[in-house]
Design a protein around this ligand. Structure first.
Ligand SMILES: Cc1ncc(COP(=O)(O)O)c(C=O)c1O
Length: 415
């Protein structure tokens, strides 16, 4: 059977290392995407400790970096480790099959609700890993799964039911549609093919939190909503052993502060999931759950031109070679699509506007004695939303506590 990811181009890591290992950032071509491995690893270790403190399992979402090397750091080692991941694409899952074969990953959740056109591929993936979970947020998806199973040797599926936490992206509300789905799943012959693993709550709108306390209240909402759904399912079938999976990077950051007992009796085994936290970005900084030194990634770009007096703020505007493709047109509470963090002394510049390959630097505020950046200067930019930004790069340059390239990570791009 042929899957799309078999045809995805994948840069040659060995050749890239021959060319770039040992080079300084100042010697790299721009635009480039750079990751500090030490910061990435600290972010991963901290999150595993948060989960341990909560007595929760941890499920690492790999969509942010899509690499084997990054996943290994997310999975951790020693006392704090996990074998559970979430993938946003099947390309990520296929790329990580070697880690499944080494028993470093034994549980994979494909995060989108049932995709009929990829079920044959998912059934094949299920043969590579002890546990594959699918996401369900509509009763009709049960019929899609059962129909596939009837025609394909009785394939069994394990599912999370996705709850809509208010982000209005996907998921059930706590209403009759959920009740009807639970009845069909737990009380009809569909149960021969589909079993309920747990409930999944992802408060994407927790990115609007401006403080750790606000992020924590979103986490409590995630737990309460998933818990109510677990209780509902157990009223139908008291023998169920359910997983209560919660998290988004802001709520997962805040989980270090939560006393779970304050939420009351839990009807499922708590599981924390998060994805953006190894990189972080301006959006995470705006939640005030992290600071700049916890952001492990940067876009490297070069100042190409200057337009003194242009625009509303002095000293004018400048041009960099990181446009929408290299940076992503993402927004956040802080203005702009990215902020200049290096070299020092230019912290009032943001990426104010973008077109395909052009990034326009504008001053963030008036009256900061903002200096023009000399043409040819290499600047470092923290993007608003690193998951989207990283997906534009065929490889990432890896540094560690210095400005020298120590490794190259090649992401599993495509679908
Ligand atoms: C289904 C699902 N789970 C988890 C996450 C992880 O969220 P975050 O990147 O905020 O940690 C996402 C992100 O979009 C998601 O879509």
């Amino acid at each position: 059977m042929s899957f799309p990811s078999k045809f995805n181009p994948h840069a040659n890591k060995a050749k890239l290392l021959e060319e770039y290992k040992g080079k300084k950032l100042s010697e790299l071509p721009t635009p480039s995407f750079v990751v500090d491995r030490a910061t990435f690893q600290q972010n991963c270790e901290k999150m595993l400790l948060n989960a341990k403190r909560l007595k929760a399992d941890f499920r690492a979402h790999v969509k942010t970096h899509k690499t084997e090397e990054g996943t290994i750091l997310q999975l951790g080692s020693g006392d704090s480790k996990t074998k559970k991941i979430v993938v946003s694409t099947l390309a990520e899952a296929w790329g990580l099959v070697p880690l499944m074969q080494q028993d470093k990953i034994d549980d994979v959740l494909f995060s989108l609700p049932v995709v009929k056109s990829r079920l044959a591929e998912l059934a094949e993936l299920n043969r590579q890993v002890p546990h594959l979970r699918l996401m369900l947020d509509n009763k009709e998806q049960l019929d899609v799964l059962a129909d596939f199973s009837k025609n394909n040797g009785g394939q069994k599926w394990s599912i999370f039911i996705k709850m809509n936490m208010g982000t209005n992206r996907a998921g059930f509300e706590e209403n009759t549609a959920l009740d009807e789905t639970l009845h069909e799943l737990l009380l009809t012959p569909v149960r021969e093919y589909v079993s309920l693993y747990g409930f999944y709550c992802h408060a994407g709108h927790s990115y609007a939190a401006q403080t750790g306390a606000e992020a924590k209240s979103f986490l409590v909402q995630e737990i309460s909503s998933g818990n109510a759904a677990c209780k509902k399912a157990m009223e139908i079938d008291p023998s169920l052993k359910l997983q209560l999976s919660v998290g988004a990077t802001p709520t997962a950051h805040a989980s270090g502060e939560l006393e779970v007992s304050s939420v009351g009796q839990l009807y499922g085994q708590l599981e924390l999931h998060a994805g953006n936290y190894p990189f972080c970005d301006l959006q995470q900084m705006s939640t005030h759950c992290i600071s700049l030194d916890q952001v492990s990634c940067r876009v490297l770009a070069e100042v190409l031109s200057a337009y003194p007096g242009r625009g509303n703020l002095s000293p004018g505007e400048q041009l960099v070679n990181a446009g929408v493709i290299a940076l992503a047109r993402e927004f956040g509470p802080q203005s702009g699509h990215g902020a200049i963090t290096s070299p020092e002394g230019y912290g009032n510049w943001i990426v104010g506007r973008l077109s395909q390959e052009h990034g326009i630097l504008t001053p963030l505020e008036e009256g900061k004695d903002t200096k023009m950046i000399p043409l040819g200067t290499q600047v470092q930019i923290v993007p608003q939303h690193s998951c989207i930004t990283a997906s534009a790069y065929p490889w990432y340059f890896i540094i560690e506590n210095s400005d020298v390239v120590v490794d190259i990570w090649v992401p599993f791009t495509g679908w």
